[in-house]
Ligand binder design. Structure first.
Ligand code: BG6
Length: 252
C-alpha cells in the first residue's frame, strides 16, 4: 500500500485502488476500486475543517444523533475534531485505514486513558455511491427489528429481503449479524459490509426535500447516494480506566 501525505489529506494506493482521507475528522472521502468511485462526496461539501464533511465516511463518536443535555453537536465531535475539549474525559482514538486491491478496512480503537469510566456510542457514517437510488437495495436485514425515525415506528421487524428506498428514509436496525449486509443494484453487489463490534446499522437517504434544505448537499445528489452506517448505537460501550475497545468495518 502506497501512502502519500499532502497538506490536508492522506492518499493510499495500490495498483488497482486508491483512498483519500482528509485530516478533518479523519474522514475518508474517496475509495476507488477498479476504476469505480465507491464513496459519495457531495460536490458542495465543505472540506476546510469548518464543518463536518458532507459525504465520505465521517466518524461518529462519542454519541450518535442528538444527545440531550450535552454541549456536543449531533453525532458528537469526532467528525470535527476541533470540538473534542467539550467532552470531559481523557481518551485516545486510533483510526487505522487499510487499503488492498479489493477492500477498504477501517478500524477504530477507543482507549480510556483517564481515571473515570465513560460510555460512548459510535458509528461509521458511510455514504456510498449508487448509480440510481431507484435500483439500489440493502440486503441482509430481513427479520431484523428497526426504529424508523421519520414515521415514528419502533421495534418493527423488517420483512423485506431487499430494502428499497422510494422516499426519505431514516432507519436504525439493531443486532444485525456482522457479515450480512450488502448494497445491491440491478441484482449485482455494489459493496458488501462486514463488521466487528458494531451491532447496529442505520440506513439513511434524505430524499428531495431534506437534501434541498442542506446547503452542503449537492443538488439532486440523493439520487446517487445511500448511507449504510454501521455502528454501536443501541447499547453503549462502557470503558473503565485503562480499557480499550476496537471496532471495525471491512468494505469489499
Ligand atoms: C443519519 C441520521 O445517520 O445522519 C439522520 O440517522 C441524520 O437522522 C443524518 O439526518 C445526517 O446527519 P447530519 O448531522 O450529518 O446532517
Amino acid at each position: 500500500m502506497g501512502v502519500t501525505i499532502a497538506e490536508d489529506r492522506v492518499v493510499l494506493s495500490t495498483s488497482t485502488s486508491s483512498a483519500v482521507i482528509y485530516f478533518t475528522g479523519a474522514t475518508i472521502t474517496s475509495w476507488v476500486k477498479a476504476g469505480r468511485e465507491m464513496i459519495f462526496l457531495s460536490n458542495t461539501a465543505v472540506l476546510d475543517g469548518t464543518k463536518a464533511i458532507r459525504g465520505g465516511i465521517p466518524l461518529v463518536f462519542p454519541h450518535f444523533g442528538a444527545k440531550e443535555g450535552s454541549k456536543l453537536p449531533q453525532h458528537g465531535f469526532a467528525r470535527l475534531s476541533s470540538l473534542k475539549s467539550l467532552w470531559p474525559y481523557d481518551f485516545k482514538l486510533i483510526y487505522t485505514v487499510t487499503l488492498t486491491e479489493d477492500s477498504l478496512k477501517s478500524s477504530l480503537a477507543s482507549h480510556n486513558t483517564g481515571s473515570a469510566s465513560f460510555s460512548f456510542t459510535s458509528l461509521f457514517h458511510s455514504y456510498f455511491v449508487v448509480e440510481n437510488i431507484s435500483n439500489a437495495r440493502v440486503k441482509g436485514l430481513n427479520g431484523i427489528k428497526y426504529n424508523e425515525i421519520i414515521r415514528n415506528k419502533t421495534d418493527f421487524p423488517e420483512t423485506s429481503d431487499l430494502v428499497g428506498i422510494t422516499e426519505e428514509l431514516d432507519r436504525r436496525y439493531f443486532n444485525v449479524p456482522s457479515d450480512a449486509i450488502a448494497i445491491v443494484e440491478n441484482g449485482e453487489t455494489v459493496v458488501s459490509i462486514k463488521t466487528k463490534n458494531f451491532a447496529d446499522v442505520v440506513v439513511w437517504n434524505p430524499w428531495i426535500e431534506k437534501s434541498a434544505g442542506m446547503s452542503d448537499f449537492e443538488e439532486g445528489g440523493y439520487k446517487r447516494m445511500l448511507c449504510v452506517e454501521v455502528g454501536q448505537i443501541g447499547t453503549p460501550v462502557t470503558l473503565e480506566p485503562g480499557e480499550n475497545f476496537v471496532q471495525e468495518q471491512i468494505l469489499q
